[in-house]
Design a protein around this ligand. Structure first.
Ligand code: BTN
Length: 264
């Protein structure tokens, strides 16, 4: 019988955008798997490449955090070639936001009962709790590794207490009769990413308005830890480069990297 994973493999391959697909039962981290692949072979024509795992033994998050990677969580890394997309290092912050918009749109379709928001730079929140995160890294050559983890059908009974309080899973907000699975979500997300990345590189900026409309932090008092300072200010949304805007005591600050510690 055809499983949801077989179906996803077939649909993604037939769609033709992804040129290399590797779907593992378990790996350490799909970002690490993708990096090893990039380091050992010549892949100029085999990108975008997609690395998916049903489970990860060492899933990684931003800021050296771990990513809890149980069954029911969709975990994958999309490898793209920045030069093929005519993108440069300066476009990196936008990539995270464009990918976030695609993720939020697919989440909204599958979780109609949730308020879907993005927390800068690229965490997905459903009704105020985190459902997905993104780890974007640069790889050998001009490659970018877009690693995404989304709790599609995750049961948090075995999770750490902190996760039980702060995280959620998409299936809790699904419509009646929904049969969303990590595999079905991936089919939709691949197609969404293809469309949105293409539009972005053609100069369209619909992603910016879409992002601003669902920005979790706008209007909130936010603390951002940067390498050398802690910034506190009222969030004014994002600018066209994808930077966070904070009205602080010393004026308007643009933040291009940092960890959001708190918001209220
Ligand atoms: C975060 O929230 O800090 C980012 C989490 C990113 C997790 C995904 S799961 C697939 C890919 N492989 C990893 O090791 N991390 C990313």
């Amino acid at each position: 019988m055809f499983s949801p994973v077989d179906n996803a493999r077939q649909e993604i391959t037939q769609a033709g955008w992804v040129k290399h697909l590797d779907w593992e039962t378990e790996v350490d981290s799909t970002n690490s798997l993708a990096r090893r692949w990039l380091e050992t072979e010549e892949h100029n024509s085999a990108v975008p490449a997609l690395f998916v795992a049903d489970r990860q033994s060492a899933g990684r998050g931003r800021s050296q955090n771990k990513w809890w990677s149980p069954d029911g969580c969709l975990m994958f890394t999309l490898v793209i070639d920045a030069s093929q997309m005519r993108a440069e290092q300066k476009d990196w912050p936008q990539l995270a936001l464009v990918a976030g918009v695609a993720l939020a749109r697919v989440a909204a379709t599958n979780a109609p009962k949730a308020e879907v928001q993005l927390k800068w730079p690229n965490d997905l929140y459903l009704n105020g709790k985190k459902a997905a995160g993104m780890l974007i890294e640069s790889g050998p050559g001009h490659h970018w590794l877009v690693g995404i983890g989304i709790n599609v059908n995750v049961d948090f009974a075995d999770a750490a207490k902190e996760l039980q309080e702060k995280a959620t899973s998409l299936h809790k907000f699904a419509g009646i009769g929904s049969s969303v699975t990590p595999a079905s979500f991936l089919i939709e997300l691949c197609s969404g990413l293809q469309v949105d990345l293409k539009a972005w590189r053609s100069g369209e900026d619909a992603w910016l308005d879409a992002w601003r409309q669902i920005c979790l932090l706008t209007g909130k008092q936010v603390q951002v830890q940067q390498r050398h300072q802690l910034l506190v200010g009222l969030c004014q949304g994002i600018d066209a480069h994808g930077q966070l805007l904070l009205r602080t005591e010393s004026g308007l600050e643009t933040v291009n990297s940092g960890e959001i510690l708190a918001w209220q």
